[in-house]
Write a protein that binds this ligand. Structure first.
Ligand code: S3P
Length: 439
C-alpha cells in the first residue's frame, strides 16, 4: 500500500519521561496455540487472558469454520474441543488475513484431515514463503500443493500421516509447530532435531494438554495421541508487545517502568540480553507460581546505550524484536552490527530493508547487508515514515519519537491491530504522546 492509499496514520510527538506500572495483553504466539490445541483436545478448555487481536481472531475463525464451538464466557474464551478426529469440512476457503502463525500451524492440522482444504491470506501473507512448512509435512505423507512457494495452498487428504525422523533446517517455530501438530496423527513416533533454538511454546503447551512429548534445545520426540482439555489455561502477557515499552523507557529521559505478568520464556527474551549487553538497566523477577510458561515482572530505567556486535545465537530468540534492536542501535553511542538475520526478510515485510529505510529517513547512518545491518548511533531527526504495512515496523517508528529531535508521522498504521490493539492507549498512559493527526 502506498502512503496515499493508507487508511490510518499516527503522529508521535516527542514525549517527556515515561513512567508507570502496567500489564500487557496476552501473548500472540501462545494464544494461537491455545486456540488450536483446545480445538483438537477432547473436552472443554477455558482460556484466560487470550489476546483479542485481528491475527488471533483468524485462528479462532478457522476453528469455528472447522465446526468448533468457541465463545466468550465469564471473561474467558471457552472452546469445546472434539478430539483429533472431530473437525468438520469447512466447505469454504479458510482465510488467514495477515496471520502467518495461523496459516502455518493450521497447515499441520489440515494435512492430517480426511477432507480437503484451501488456505489463503491477504496480499502480504500470500507473498510469504510456505514451502518451508509443506516440505517436512510431505515427508510425513501430507499432500500439499501451491504455486511458487506462496498461498493459496491446497491440502488434500493423505492415506496416513507417518512418524518420521527429521532435521529442520529453517530456524522457524512455525515450521516446527506445524510438524508437531501433524505428528499428533502419525502412525508412530516423530523425532525432530533443529538447527537453532526457536520459541518452544508448542512443546510446552502440548505437555499441558497431556501429550507424550519429550524435548530439549536440540531434539523433540512426540508420540501420537489424543489431547485432554484444560479447565483453566492462562496466557502470559506478550513479551514482544512489552518490548516496545521496554525500549521506549530505556531511550526516553528520566523514565522508569514496571511491566507485570509478562512471559519470560528463555527462548523469547533474547532482546533483554541484547539490551543488557548494550548497557540497558533492566531487571526481571520470576513469579513464584509459574505453570507451563515462565512469567514475571520486568523493571526498566532510562539508560545510556552503547553499540555491540549482536551474538548470532540471540537472533532466533529475539527475531520479532530485531526492529527494536535496530532502533536501540540508532540511539546508542558507537556502532552496532546485527548479522545472521536473513529470516527478517520473510516477515510481514522485509524488515531489514524496512528498518534501513526508516532509520535513513530519520538521518541515521545505516549499511544494509543481505543478512542484517550495521548502524552508527547518532542524532535522530523527526520525519515521515511508511510502515510497509507491518505492525512491528509501525510501532517501532512511533517509539523512535522517544529519542528523536522532532515529531514522527507514521503512515499505514492499521496493522497495529494484528498484535497489539491497545498499543496507543498503553503507550500514552505511560507518557508517550501518540495522536491521530486527523482528529
Ligand atoms: C512465531 C514464530 C516466528 C515469529 C512469529 C510468531 C510463532 O516466526 O516471527 O511472529 O508464533 O511461532 P518464524 O517461525 O517464521 O520464525
Amino acid at each position: 500500500m502506498t502512503k496515499s492509499e493508507s487508511k490510518q496514520k499516527l503522529l508521535a510527538k516527542k514525549p517527556g519521561s515515561i513512567a508507570g506500572v502496567v500489564s500487557i495483553p496476552g501473548d500472540k504466539s501462545i494464544s494461537h496455540r491455545a486456540i488450536i490445541l483446545s480445538m483438537l483436545a477432547q473436552g472443554r478448555t477455558r482460556i484466560h487472558n487470550i489476546l483479542d487481536s485481528s491475527d488471533t481472531n483468524k485462528s479462532l475463525n478457522a476453528a469455528i469454520n472447522l465446526g468448533i464451538e468457541c465463545k466468550k464466557k465469564d471473561g474467558c474464551m471457552e472452546i469445546r474441543g472434539k478430539g483429533l478426529y472431530g473437525l468438520k469440512d469447512p466447505g469454504q476457503e479458510l482465510f488467514f488475513g495477515n496471520s502467518g502463525t495461523s496459516m502455518r500451524l493450521f497447515m499441520g492440522v489440515l494435512a492430517a484431515q480426511k477432507f480437503s482444504s484451501t488456505l489463503s491470506g491477504d496480499s502480504s501473507l500470500n507473498s510469504r514463503p510456505m514451502e518451508r512448512v509443506a516440505v517436512p509435512l510431505r515427508k510425513m505423507g501430507a499432500r500439499i500443493e501451491m504455486e511458487n512457494d506462496h498461498a493459496p495452498i491446497q491440502i488434500y487428504p493423505s492415506d496416513q500421516i507417518i512418524g518420521t525422523k527429521q532435521r529442520l533446517n529453517v530456524p522457524s517455530a512455525q515450521v516446527k509447530s506445524a510438524v508437531l501438530l501433524a505428528a499428533l496423527y502419525a502412525n508412530s513416533k516423530t523425532v525432530l532435531s533443529t538447527s537453532s533454538v526457536t520459541r518452544n511454546h508448542t512443546e510446552l503447551m502440548l505437555e499441558s494438554f497431556g501429550c507424550d512429548i519429550r524435548h530439549n534445545e536440540q531434539e523433540i520426540i512426540l508420540e501420537q495421541g489424543e489431547l485432554k482439555g484444560i479447565n483453566a489455561l492462562t496466557i502470559p502477557g506478550d513479551f514482544s508487545s512489552a518490548s516496545f515499552l521496554i525500549l521506549a523507557s530505556l531511550i526516553a529521559k528520566d523514565s522508569q517502568i514496571i511491566i507485570k505478568n509478562v512471559g519470560l520464556n528463555p527462548t523469547r527474551i533474547g532482546f533483554l540480553k541484547i539490551l543488557q549487553m548494550m548497557g540497558g538497566k533492566i531487571t526481571t523477577t520470576i513469579d513464584p507460581n509459574n505453570s507451563y510458561e515462565i512469567q514475571g515482572t520486568i523493571k526498566v530505567k532510562s539508560s545510556e546505550l552503547h553499540g555491540i556486535n549482536v551474538p548470532s545465537n540471540l537472533i532466533p530468540r529475539s527475531i520479532d524484536e530485531l526492529p527494536l534492536v535496530f532502533l536501540a542501535a540508532a540511539c546508542a553511542k558507537g556502532t552496532t552490527t546485527i548479522r545472521n538475520a536473513t529470516e527478517l526478510r520473510f516477515k510481514e515485510s522485509d524488515r531489514i530493508t524496512a528498518m534501513a529505510t526508516l532509520l535513513s529517513q530519520l538521518s541515521i547512518d545505516v549499511k544494509e547487508f543481505n543478512d542484517g545491518l550495521t548502524i552508527n548511533g547518532g542524532v535522530m531527526s523527526g520525519g515521515e515514515i511508511d510502515s510497509f504495512g507491518d505492525h512491528r515496523i509501525a510501532m517501532t517508528a512511533l517509539i523512535a519519537s522517544a529519542c528523536s529531535k522532532a515529531d514522527i508521522l507514521v503512515h499505514n498504521t492499521e496493522n497495529i491491530d494484528t498484535s497489539f490493539p491497545n498499543f496507543v492507549g498503553i503507550m500514552n498512559q505511560l507518557g508517550m504522546d501518540i495522536i491521530d493527526p486527523e482528529c
